[in-house]
Ligand binder design. Structure first.
Ligand SMILES: Nc1ncnc2c1ncn2[C@@H]1O[C@H](COP(=O)(O)OP(=O)(O)OP(=O)(O)O)[C@@H](O)[C@H]1O
Ligand SMILES: [Mg+2]
Length: 272
């Protein structure tokens, strides 16, 4: 449902909102952490902070992987003890291209052969380690990786001192990644933590909606309780669906000059 920003601003004001509460951009201010999100975040942070090497994050389409990964990126990007990169799209033609994407992101020189490029990467990691720095690489959409790319990641996880991994890697991907990694036992067996994000429960869906409204400036409830039940019913707690449904329900309520969002607005949001 496309709206001009002027119309959107009018809608926002009408509901006491300073910001769009249900934009689908991955703005970290709107990240609501459910119990499962907290668990996934702490498992992954444990691996990173303790130089355990590899962590894997699974979740189906729209469950919030990229949003969580961006939060992790923001946390470590701020930390001067870390060198952190985020690869958002490993859909590349070859493992050499992936290696170049990685070394470019760290600002390293390009080399002609894979071997030389790996040596360049290792010497960078050794230097960082000697300076007391931890290096972190986050790869989103990892289900797009193919064949030799998994072997490349395995080789990179092999860079270690006598007691610690020189680089920490987080692979995040849709459930298809689970199937791919099952066939890559040498890599999967190195994962120090595996975390999954499932859709929200009913109560978490409600909390997420209320949380986002509060962040956007609304002080009182906006959705009637039956409307929240309906959002959960139609979205089954999948975050992206929740966000889209709530946004459309607000638009419908605006057109009809409603003060609160009723169940019917949610139903219409799903059918129009
Ligand atoms: N924990 C959360 N709290 C609030 N909003 C969330 C949360 N997780 C996801 N969202 C919202 O849902 C949308 C979809 O999330 P995201 O893009 O992170 O999913 P994804 O798992 O990466 O999807 P895909 O598999 O398509 O890449 C986000 O734009 C964000 O607005
Ligand atoms: Mg994503």
């Amino acid at each position: 449902m496309a709206k001009s920003s002027a119309a959107m601003n009018g809608t926002l004001r009408q509901y006491g909102l300073l910001d769009a509460p249900f934009s689908i951009s991955p703005d970290p201010r709107f990240l609501y952490l459910s119990r499962q999100h907290h668990l996934a975040l702490s498992k992954i942070r444990y691996v990173i902070d303790n130089r355990q090497g590899l962590a894997v994050l699974y979740g189906d389409v729209g469950h919030g992987k990229s949003t969580l990964l961006r939060r992790i990126y923001d946390i470590y990007k701020e930390d001067s003890d870390f060198e952190t990169i985020l690869i958002t799209n490993p859909d590349l033609p070859s493992e050499m291209q992936l290696l170049k994407r990685i070394t470019d992101s760290f600002g390293l020189d390009r080399k002609r052969s894979k071997l030389d490029q790996m040596i360049e990467l290792e010497s960078y990691l050794v230097t960082q380690y000697a300076q007391g720095k931890n290096v972190l690489m986050l790869i989103d959409e990892a289900q797009m990786m193919v064949g030799g790319m998994f072997e490349l990641v395995r080789q990179i996880t092999n860079f270690e001192s006598h007691s610690a991994k020189l680089i920490q890697i987080v692979l995040s991907g849709q459930n298809n990644l689970r199937n791919k990694l099952k066939l890559k036992k040498p890599l999967l067996s190195r994962a120090a933590a595996v975390a999954t994000i499932d859709p929200f429960t009913h109560d978490e869906t409600q909390e997420m909606i209320e949380f986002r409204l509060t962040v956007a400036g609304r002080k009182e409830p906006l959705f009637e309780p039956e409307a929240i039940d309906e959002v959960y019913e139609v979205t089954k707690g999948v975050p992206r669906e929740v966000v889209k449904t709530c946004m459309d329900a607000i638009t419908i309520a605006t057109i009809n000059n409603l003060k609160m969002i009723p169940k019917e607005a949610v139903q219409r949001a799903r059918t129009e």
